[in-house]
Design a protein around this ligand. Structure first.
Ligand SMILES: [Zn+2]
Length: 348
């Protein structure tokens, strides 16, 4: 648990929540939207702590009172987080029913019980409908928070019942500084991680702990070499990536920064950089700034339309994967599409 002040960035969201907390009647439902790792879960925890703090200062928790201490020790009974079970793709109706049952009792320790639905977009339709009833009229003392990347993936009836709080990606400089100061990352690594983190400090941190930087080299190399591959080899490559990812899913990944979604994000950043170079943008705008020479060389060969189409193809793949379409098919289709767009006849 941490206070609002310990969360990096998101000043608008913090201001909004503090204002809301000062009201006589606090709204009971919130929808936090934004990319993964941007601080949605931390903010939900900070809100739970601030709501239950006995000595809050300017709307933030004190960190010292008995309620705060209990929350910081990690076993605060009035913070409930609902997330998919490791072996399931969705949040299921029995999880929502279980939650509804818990809500019927008054908060155990504090004034408010805060219930967080992680990745609300993966609730099954039945689960979402069951949750909708709770959302309409939750028992008093309960605050419901839904986390989602994109509100369009949720039932409109759910969205309309929540106070929307959007979380923005952070400037790369802020993330780099934070990694150096708070996490003792060396400056050079922090810069690369911050640039490729897409504005997500949580992602940057996860990448920092795994072997992400090596994987990134490998992914970029396979992308650059794609035009030289035969169609069969390209399909094989897509298949391999999807298979490896499946294994990792089974091993339980949580915050996997070396899987297919991470690779797609790196590929997308590559095309985005090529667009920047083609548009004559300056080097400090590049995400993969450590590859600026290679980018320059490759960008010369591409027509802009094909770069945009490549970004769109990756975008589509990311959406499909979020909706749990068949990973292998998505990867094959995407790799072939990118290969076609990069092949010699598509270049100038
Ligand atoms: Zn306190």
């Amino acid at each position: 648990m941490l206070s609002f002040s310990r969360i990096i960035g998101q000043e608008k969201a913090k201001r909004f929540l503090k204002q809301v907390m000062a009201r006589e009647k606090i709204p009971h439902a919130y929808l936090f939207t934004g990319i993964a790792g941007v601080g949605k879960t931390s903010m939900a925890r900070a809100l739970a702590m601030a709501l239950n703090c006995d000595l809050s200062v300017n709307g933030d928790s004190c960190g010292n009172c008995p309620a705060c201490r209990k929350m910081m020790s990690g076993n605060f009974p009035d913070f409930i987080s609902v997330t998919r079970r490791p072996d399931k793709k969705n949040i299921l109706i029995d999880q929502v029913k279980d939650l509804n049952h818990k809500l019927r009792f008054a908060p155990v320790a504090g004034r408010y019980r805060v219930c967080l639905i992680q990745q609300a977009e993966i609730m099954t339709v039945a689960a979402a409908n069951s949750f909708l009833k709770t959302l309409e009229e939750p028992p008093p003392g309960n605050i419901l928070i839904l986390n989602a990347v994109d509100p369009r993936d949720l039932l409109p009836t759910i969205v309309s019942r929540c106070q929307r709080v959007s979380f923005s990606p952070l400037p790369f400089k802020d993330i780099a500084d934070w990694l150096v100061k708070e996490r003792n990352v060396d400056k050079e690594t922090a810069e690369v991680l911050a640039r490729v983190s897409d504005g997500s400090p949580g992602r940057a941190l996860n990448m920092c702990e795994g072997n992400f930087l090596e994987k990134r080299q490998e992914w970029l190399l396979s992308l650059v070499n794609l035009p030289g591959l035969s169609k069969e080899k390209a399909i094989h490559m897509a298949f391999e990536y999807a298979e490896k990812d499946k294994k990792k899913d089974n091993e339980k990944s949580g915050s996997n920064q070396t899987g297919v979604p991470a690779m797609l994000a790196v590929w997308e950043s590559w095309y985005r950089d090529l667009l920047v170079v083609r548009a004559g943008g300056s080097a400090h705008l590049l995400i993969n700034a450590d590859f600026s020479q290679k980018l320059k060389k490759i960008a010369e060969k591409f027509i802009i339309k094909r770069l945009i189409d490549s970004v769109l193809a990756i975008d589509q793949a990311q959406q499909d994967l979020r909706r749990y379409r068949n990973k292998k098919l998505v990867m094959e289709h995407t790799v072939l599409r990118l290969k076609n767009l990069a092949d010699a006849h598509g270049q100038r």
